[in-house]
Design a protein around this ligand. Sequence first.
Ligand code: CA
Length: 225
Amino acid sequence: MRFLVIEDERELCQTIAQSLRRLAYSVDCCYDGDKALEILEAERYDLVLLDLNLPGRDGMTVLRTFRQWDRGTPVLILSARSEVADKVEGLDAGANDYLAKPFHLAELEARIRSLTLRQFTQQETVLRCGEITFDTRARTATARGQALPLTRKETSILEYLMLHQGRPVSQEELMEHVWDSSVDNFSNAIRVHISALRKKLRSVLKEDPIRNRIGEGYVMGGEEP
Ligand code: CA
């Protein structure tokens, strides 16, 4: 999953980005409100983390403008302005949640899980597909109960395919949601990571749980073709 962190305190922004990357999320950073809107118009994210006091357009303006064309992407406000009125204004403007600074990273991670998994699961933090599990809290996967030693990219691809079971996911969609903008987007790089992931899954399962649907993409779970 790919996130955008809009936060003008660069150190804090980088700290958040690094800790989320360690959990196999892809993260882009942005340091002002005007640039944020440009990026949001051009890119697709699974979650936006938004500070309110920003140079350029402020966070509330960014949020209201963004919500004019996108109502679906979850937005989590991160702000030092912890007054009730600010929270209410943010939620009314279309934010999905609000976290007051300073916060503990563990709490941020919990809010992120809740916002990104809301549409897929109720309370369950472990995704399942046949004999494969993905623990969204620990960010680890198993096959037949055996821990899978996955790289960050492989983890991210597996999570995305498990969240979208039963429908084909194209290489373009994987690039949008699994890669951050610091990485060169070459589709053969996706093929390399997918093929490494498949090899690891096959070595335990003795079969390939990822199917190719020609012209459409990769599918996990759902009905067999
Ligand atoms: Ca700020």
